[in-house]
Write a protein that binds this ligand. Structure first.
Ligand code: ADP
Ligand code: MG
Length: 67
């Protein structure tokens, strides 16, 4: 099923993306990381993950799950 959602232009989250980039560099070097994202509903968790995984395009295998 496809749904239409109007996307807002992504803004901010520089610190979070830098932190995730840094974790990805570490992981690429063989270290292990677990990133825990927590915020209220609508706080931007899914969008942040989406923007981050876009940045990894071609550099990582992205597996997504849901429940
Ligand atoms: N940094 C951001 N810049 C622009 N829009 C954002 C940003 N973070 C979230 N949004 C928008 O706000 C809405 C709610 O974000 P969402 O990621 O779905 O929240 P959550 O997953 O935490 O419930 C979505 O429409 C999303 O695109
Ligand atoms: Mg979400």
């Amino acid at each position: 099923m496809s749904t239409f959602r109007k996307r807002t232009r992504f803004s901010g989250r520089i610190a979070e993306l830098n932190s995730m980039d840094s974790a990805f560099r570490d992981v690429s070097g063989g270290r292990q990381h677990c990133i825990l994202l927590a915020a209220e509903a609508g706080g931007g968790k899914s969008r942040l993950v989406e923007e981050f995984t876009k940045r990894l395009s071609g550099r990582a295998l992205i597996l997504k799950g849901g429940c």
